[in-house]
Design a protein around this ligand. Sequence first.
Ligand SMILES: Cc1cc2nc3c(=O)[nH]c(=O)nc-3n(C[C@H](O)[C@H](O)[C@H](O)COP(=O)(O)O)c2cc1C
Length: 413
Amino acid sequence: MLHDKRILLIVSGGIAVYKALDLVRRLRERGASVRAVMTPAAQRFVTPLAFGAITGNQVFIELFDRAAEHDVGHIRLLREADLVLVAPATADLMAKMVHGLADDLATATLLASKTPILIAPAMNSVMWANPATQRNVAQLRADGIAFIGPMSGEMAESGEAGVGRMAEPLDIAAAVQAHFETSPAPGVARPLAGRRVVVTSGPTHEPIDPVRYIANRSSGKQGHAIAAAAAAAGAEVVLVSGPVTVPDPAGVEVVHVETAREMQAAVDAALPADIAVLAAAVADWRAKGTAAQKIKKDGSGRPPMLEFAENPDILAGIGHRTKDRPALVVGFAAETADLLANAQAKLAHKGADWIVANDVSLPSTGEGIMGGNTNEIRLVFHDGVEEWPRLDKRQVAERLVARIAAYFEPEDE
Ligand SMILES: Cc1cc2nc3c(=O)[nH]c(=O)nc-3n(C[C@H](O)[C@H](O)[C@H](O)COP(=O)(O)O)c2cc1C
């Protein structure tokens, strides 16, 4: 719930502005108060009147506003906010943020902000994929700005699809809530403060041809929850995520990848780190060579032969590093048989310090662990095993992070 939370919503000029009205409703029904700032372009899509009615507050649109600026109103807007949320965030607004431009109320407010910023980009997929936008996104992430989305799906332009759609209002509201849940009040212990953690999460997608890929049922819920819990414990977190639909956790640098090889490169780039938690379900194999065109039936009734190549083993790679090996390497073993024996073998062969083992056989009834909201794990060490009860994935993440924090605490304290 977002009781007593004050959100400053910055609305820039994309077609998704209409969805920002629903977002305001979602935030308010969770107890937040919302004030909106609109760029001139945003006002071309939806009028300030609509945002005024939905927020129940004055809408701010003018930097040089005599009435509001007698006490430097744009700074006051920030002091009176717990979170600045930019939704939708246009390619243009993100570019301006990167360069520190401040030529309207929205950009001046963002530049003056010491308040945490969460942004929900929304644009055509070609604009999103443009190297200029990607450079800007990387810079904003490096500047400590959190992202939610964009998602893949249909574009406003008829017949077009791809990555660029603004995250759904409910998912943005969930990310706002996660932001406050992972930002403890002053005085709350942050046992991983000063530690850098690399977490991997989700499946990998290994392309077969331009439209088909090899994947698995991993949802990213467990890995993302671990990244969020580590951030809440004060760590600097880099989350390397395969393709998932769960939102990016707030307060975490997220690197989105598709394939095992991209994931390995992103993990290597994130080092050095103190801790690596490799929760992603990385495909063991990829198709050997991706067909340039969609593979078609040839009418012979004979299916095409698919040849596989082995993917890099990211856990073994990091566990056996001689340079920049994290002090604690935690791997995951998703097994459908001989859980403990397989986990112990993985611990021995891959140079890991701990293995989080779980049985991912699909149950005949009830919820499966892969894709589900709960997890039942065994934490396997070189000298023993802990069996944990079935817990919510968030609880598993918090308990694992507490265990990691204890590992780094000096024994005499
Ligand atoms: C119909 C229409 C739809 C647009 N949709 C988007 C969009 O979804 N994302 C985006 O980044 N820009 C979009 N633009 C372009 C922006 O409106 C334009 O770059 C503008 O300068 C953004 O200003 P602002 O960032 O100050 O709000 C759209 C423009 C038009 C005319």
